[in-house]
Each structure stands twice: as structure tokens, then as C-alpha cells.
Write a new protein. Structure first.
Length: 365
């Protein structure tokens, strides 16, 4: 006899159990007709290669890494039971028309060193028919423009804080060198904050406009259209984006609505960005730990800034706030405070990671 729908259990398993591990138990549960439809969650000390695939095969709702706090476990349980819906289900509820195709496809040079932000911006632009050339710092952007005699691109999207040569230095150099070609290419800054002082510094460096990180599609395309007017799509193709959610509480681990808004309801893109985050996180944390161990405040500030940009793109308020705090105390050279801030940031990342992975389960990556 099968259980009634409202009586179906939630089963929480530990992957590393003696005698029979959690996956073997899940297989037995799935073969038991009385437990058909039960919700299974898996806890593991360390996600191993192939674990995600085994979870999908067994229909496990969420795969979480220990340690996990009480509030995060509650969030995960609610997500598994459908009270917080996975990205694929959330996207179905968002009435978002397909992105409009530009009247004229643009050739866009993107200078951005953050891998997650690269993926987000490139997909936004390419979905609207634009062609994107990607560079990772200001020096590469300058060299790319010089090789093209400053004539191959319609607009440059320039991150302000990059290694080797930042956006301000690159823009100053571009403005000096393009004079000999009689050209002026629009440069739109991508800044951490859209403050008045940021705007003034951008304009002083020779930039034409600016938007803030994390990049929002509505802001990005409004600014591009302001400086490249003939790229505007026809009025018969209105673009309606997912509305931005209200400013989340800084202690919230993951703002699901804002995250879906950032990717315009594109759950495939979200899964790709989470995969980039998974791949990049060990390197980013290694840089953070090395800088802390060496007492290198400048390197610690840079590492915190990079993590802040990544975490803000995932609408993770608590982790973003922790990265911002580490960036500030490192800039001030307070290494004692930085040590505490490092620990707090890593704790927030431990809370965030399983929720991101769980949100994308069932979405092809």
C-alpha cells in the first residue's frame, strides 16, 4: 500500500554511513512501493566526482555538503518539499518574453577578469545577437583595439578593477592612442558601485557611461543604446525583464528571486555559472588563504574584491557582505580584523555552496 501524498516522508541520509552508505539506502527506498514519491536528501562530508549523477539517477532532491547550519538545512528542506522551488520551476512562473534581437548586431569588446561575470555578460549580449570579444584586463583590451586600428568594435564594456592594467588606465591609454586614427569608441565602465564619485572618475578618465556590478540586463542595454543609438530594436519587440527583487537582508544566504532576475530566468545559464563558480572557487580560496598566511593586505584586498564580485552575481547577500567587510579591513591594513573577516567569509561560502548546487539539480550543465 502506497503512502498518501500528504504522508510521504522526507528522508535525510548521510552518504558516509557504516555497513550501507546513503546511496545504497536510497536505492532500497526507491525499490520500496510503500515509499514511492518520498523526498530524499543526501548529506556528505565531501562531494565526490559522480555524486551529482548518482543523485539524479536516484531522484534525490538535494545533495548537501557538511557542515551545514540549522537555518541552511531548513532552507534546503523547504526547497526539497517545494516550498522553495528549484530554478527550473521558478523560471516557469516568470512571464519573460524572449530577449529582443538588436536592430543591428554590435561588435562588443568586453574587458572583465571575473569568470562568473564574464559568463553572465557574454550570454546576455549574445542572446540579443551581438558578437563579443573577451579580454581579461585593460592591457589586453588596449592591444585588441590597436590590432583592429580602433575600427572593429562598436562599444567597449570596461571593468574598472582588473589586474595588470585597470579600466581607468586602459581608458586613458585608449583615448590617447585613438586620436591618431581619428576615432572615438564608446566605453562603458562596469563599477562595483554606481556612486557619484565613481561616475565622476569614470568621466574624467574618458569613459562615456557606466553601470554597476552585478550587471543587470535592463541597465546594460539601456546604457549601450544610449551610446550606440542605431542598435535599438524595433518597438514591436518589447523587452520585459524579471523585476528586481527588493533589497535583501544582508544575513540572507541566497535571494532566489533576485538570482533568477540576474539571469533573466535562464536556468541553463544559471547552471553554467554555478559550474564556473565550482571550478573557480578552489583557486579563489587558495589565493585568499595564501594572502592571509603571508600577511599581504594588498593581495588579500584583491582576493576579497574578486570573491565579492562573484558572490554578488549570485545574489548571495550574507557572503557578499562578508567579502566586502574583508575588502575594507584589508584596505585599511588591519590584519587582525582581516583574519576574523576571512573566517567569516569562508563560513558564508560553506553555507551558500550547497544551496547553489541544490538549486541547479535537474538543470543540464
Amino acid at each position: 500500500m502506497e503512502a498518501e501524498p500528504d504522508q510521504l516522508p522526507l528522508i535525510l541520509l548521510d552518504a558516509q554511513m557504516p555497513d550501507m552508505d546513503g546511496f545504497a539506502v536510497a536505492e532500497h527506498i526507491k525499490r520500496n512501493p510503500a515509499l514511492t514519491g518520498a523526498t530524499i536528501m543526501m548529506l556528505t562530508s565531501d562531494q565526490q566526482c559522480g555524486d551529482a549523477e548518482r543523485c539524479r539517477e536516484l531522484g534525490i532532491a538535494l545533495h548537501l555538503t557538511k557542515p551545514i547550519g540549522q537555518s541552511d538545512l531548513l532552507d534546503a528542506i523547504l526547497l526539497s518539499l517545494g516550498q522553495r522551488q528549484p530554478a527550473a520551476q521558478l523560471a516557469e512562473q516568470v512571464a519573460t518574453p524572449p530577449p529582443r534581437t538588436a536592430q543591428r548586431p554590435l561588435r562588443i569588446l568586453l574587458a572583465e577578469d571575473n569568470a562568473v561575470n564574464q559568463g553572465l555578460a557574454v550570454r546576455m549580449l549574445e542572446k540579443r545577437g551581438h558578437r563579443v570579444v573577451l579580454t581579461s584586463n585593460g592591457r589586453e583590451a588596449l592591444e585588441t583595439l590597436e590590432q583592429a586600428a580602433f575600427s572593429a568594435f562598436d562599444v567597449v564594456l570596461m571593468d574598472v578593477q582588473m589586474p595588470e592594467m585597470d579600466g581607468f588606465e586602459a581608458t586613458t591609454a585608449i583615448r590617447a592612442r585613438e586620436k591618431s586614427f581619428g576615432a572615438h569608441i564608446p566605453i562603458i565602465a562596469i563599477t562595483a558601485h554606481a556612486l557619484k564619485s565613481d561616475r565622476e572618475r569614470c568621466l574624467e578618465a574618458g569613459m562615456d557611461g557606466y553601470i554597476s556590478n552585478p550587471v543587470r540586463a535592463a541597465d546594460l542595454f539601456a546604457e549601450i543604446e544610449r551610446h550606440v543609438p542605431d542598435c535599438v530594436a524595433s518597438a514591436t519587440q518589447p523587452l520585459t525583464l524579471v523585476a528586481d527583487a527588493a533589497e535583501p537582508a544582508s544575513n540572507e544566504v541566497l535571494d532566489y528571486d533576485a538570482l533568477l532576475a540576474h539571469v533573466e530566468g535562464d536556468t541553463i545559464l544559471l547552471a553554467e555559472l554555478v559550474k564556473i563558480f565550482e571550478d573557480e572557487l578552489p583557486r579563489l580560496l587558495a589565493a585568499l588563504r595564501q594572502a592571509a598566511a603571508e600577511g599581504d593586505a594588498r593581495a588579500l584586498e584583491r582576493a576579497a574584491h574578486t570573491l565579492k564580485g562573484t558572490l554578488s552575481s549570485f545574489a548571495a547577500p550574507a557572503a557578499t557582505a562578508a567579502a566586502r567587510q574583508l575588502e575594507l579591513v584589508s584596505r585599511a591594513g588591519d590584519l587582525n580584523a582581516a583574519a576574523k573577516a576571512c573566517a567569516a567569509l569562508e563560513q558564508q561560502i560553506v553555507r551558500l555552496k550547497p544551496l547553489l548546487l541544490g538549486l541547479c539539480q535537474g538543470v543540464p550543465r
